[in-house]
Design a protein around this ligand. Structure first.
Ligand code: C2O
Ligand code: CU
Length: 555
């Protein structure tokens, strides 16, 4: 593969993602950040300079496994020290697998401040995708809050707890329209604000130009802070062909769900009436929506981009129609040729997801422990054997079969911990994610869990508590489960994953909802750390590892 050299500068800047001017974190003056395009087997070098005035920064390459380079995973306090203002850090990693990915900040809630962009990996030179298309369109979906992330982080950790609420806007490629219907903006005699919207280039609607009777590959990824999404295009069917950088058995749908952390490729054939444009619409799922759908225009050439589509925008399924969501998610199967999972696992880690209280705050916890990140990144402290920086006791890996997932937690109090699960090299691990009732009665939320450093097979899903009985076992698919890096747990349900611990490093596994992670919803897998090659000093020159290095220690 080739080496791709990029130089990035991260800074705060004024921007109007939804036509209201705010401060975003941009890269090289752009929001969203530049799209990285590479071929499988290439090495990407990103020389990143932090030009934020007073905060550190890191960037995580979501979906890239970082095989052999765990220090380049870009997770503050896990794989590296935050890069201080005016410092430069170089990420070097191989993009080994074609697919649709993205990157984002992974320090505090910087992702929600707009620190993200697309990462697209094409097949290696001379290879071909297992499906055909004439053109490509790329959509990175996000949600947007008018409050700064600093205010949001204070709210989420204050006493009493303050919830940040729903986002003000949904963004498509960083563009949305707050308080102004896009349809209205397109119409003759639109109100001044809407007319201004259409004219403002930072929040002007996204236009997807297409030729009639062609097939397009639409790459879609969601980097939302909170919202689960549904995407549809008026009158067009979508054929799902890829999920999280893995090919899936193609299937046809009217709309797709995307949880934060998901990416898909869908094929779209422009076989409809060519005299009109069509709306692409993105709406909220899984939470009572208070945020207007985002719209983009599928522009059938030679119509003008500004021609109003004849059909109304497609309507998102009801937010709480979980039957619809499950029907979509359960249909995703691996494409023939995908490696199957090992037939058995050596270990099963059960993770009960609950909402708890701690010192008057609200936290999310796993087996009653809410994750807090240490001052010294795990990768350095575990590699150097600095035991004093971590809790001595390992977290629990089962929960009581008596636990009633349909009720609020009987003991709502929780503790905090570093939640490190130590995995031996090459073991096959099953992870049972068990959802439950939150603190309020009759509330259970959707949580998309994302694993760093690996893809996992999604063996199955079920409603209620996992009992491991014949009926539950029958729900596990060992034949053609999809490989993914993000999988959802539905309200009151369970999801079973399997992966092989074949990538030495320290890897986060967490709910991809930014406020949930901030409230402790995650665990750490420390995998064969003794087999990690030498960690570059610049990745761990902080905290107890810096002290140990100064005293002559080695990584
Ligand atoms: Cu895309 Cu740990 O996240
Ligand atoms: Cu969550």
């Amino acid at each position: 593969g080739k080496a791709r050299h990029l130089r990035w500068e991260i800074s705060n800047m004024f921007w109007s993602p939804d036509c209201e001017e705010k401060v975003v974190i941009g890269i090289n003056g752009q929001f969203p950040g530049p799209t990285i395009r590479a071929r499988a087997g290439d090495t990407v070098h990103v020389q990143l300079r932090n030009a934020l005035h007073t905060e550190g920064v890191v960037i995580h390459w979501h979906g890239i496994r970082q095989i052999g380079t765990p220090w380049a995973d870009g997770t503050a306090a896990i794989s590296q020290c935050a890069i201080n203002p005016e410092e430069t850090f170089t990420y070097r990693f191989v993009v080994d697998k074609p697919g649709t990915y993205f990157y984002h900040g992974h320090y505090g809630m910087q992702r929600a401040a707009g620190l993200y962009g697309s990462l697209v990996v094409d097949v290696a030179e001379g290879e071909e995708e297992p499906f055909q298309y004439d053109g490509e369109l790329n959509l990175l979906l996000s949600d947007w809050y008018h409050e700064s992330i600093h205010t949001q982080m204070v709210a989420l950790s204050s006493r009493p707890f303050r919830w940040i609420g729903e986002p003000q806007s949904l963004l498509i490629n960083g563009r949305g329209q707050f308080n102004c219907s896009l349809a209205a903006a397109h119409m003759q005699g639109a109100t001044n604000q809407c007319a201004a919207t259409a004219a403002n280039t930072q929040c002007a609607p996204v236009v997807l130009p297409v030729q009639p009777n062609k097939t397009y590959r639409l790459r879609v990824a969601s980097t939302t802070s909170l919202a689960s999404l549904n995407l549809a295009i008026g009158n067009h069917k979508l054929t799902v062909v890829e999920a999280d950088g893995n090919y899936v058995d193609p299937f046809v749908v009217d709309d797709i769900d995307l949880y934060s952390g998901d990416s898909y490729s869908v094929l779209l054939t422009t076989d409809q009436d060519t005299s009109s444009n069509y709306w692409l619409s993105v709406g909220v799922r899984g939470r009572l929506p208070k945020t207007a759908p985002a719209l983009a225009v599928l522009n059938y050439r030679p119509n003008r981009a500004s021609d109003l589509p004849a059909l109304a925008p497609p309507v998102t399924p009801a937010w709480d129609d979980y039957g619809h969501s499950k029907a979509f998610t359960y249909r995703i199967r691996a494409r023939a040729g995908t490696p199957p999972p090992p037939p058995t696992a050596a270990r099963r880690i059960e993770l009960l997801n609950t909402q708890n209280r701690m010192d008057g705050r609200i936290r999310w916890s796993i087996n009653n422990v809410s994750m807090v990140l240490p001052a010294t990144p795990y990768l350095g402290s575990l590699k150097m054997g600095l035991k004093s920086t971590l809790a001595a006791a390992r977290p629990a890996e089962t929960f009581s079969r008596e636990y009633d997932v349909t009720l609020p937690p009987p003991n709502p109090n929780t503790t905090v911990g570093d939640n490190v699960y130590v995995l031996a090299h090459n073991t096959t691990v099953d992870v049972l994610l068990q959802n439950a009732n939150a603190l309020s009665r009759n509330v259970s939320e959707v949580h998309p869990w994302h694993l760093h450093g690996h893809d996992f097979w999604v063996l199955g899903y079920g409603d209620g508590a996992y009992r491991g009985d014949a009926a539950d076992e029958a729900r596990l698919n060992l034949r053609d489960p999809p490989l993914r890096n993000t999988a959802v747990i539905f309200p009151y349900g369970w999801t079973m994953l399997r992966f092989v611990a074949d990538n030495p490093g320290v890897w986060a596994f967490h709910c991809h909802i930014e406020p949930h992670l901030h409230m402790g919803m995650g665990v750490i897998f420390a995998e064969a750390v003794d087999l990690v090659a030498k960690v570059p000093n610049e990745a761990v020159s902080c905290g107890a590892t810096a002290t140990a290095l100064m005293a002559g220690g080695h990584l």
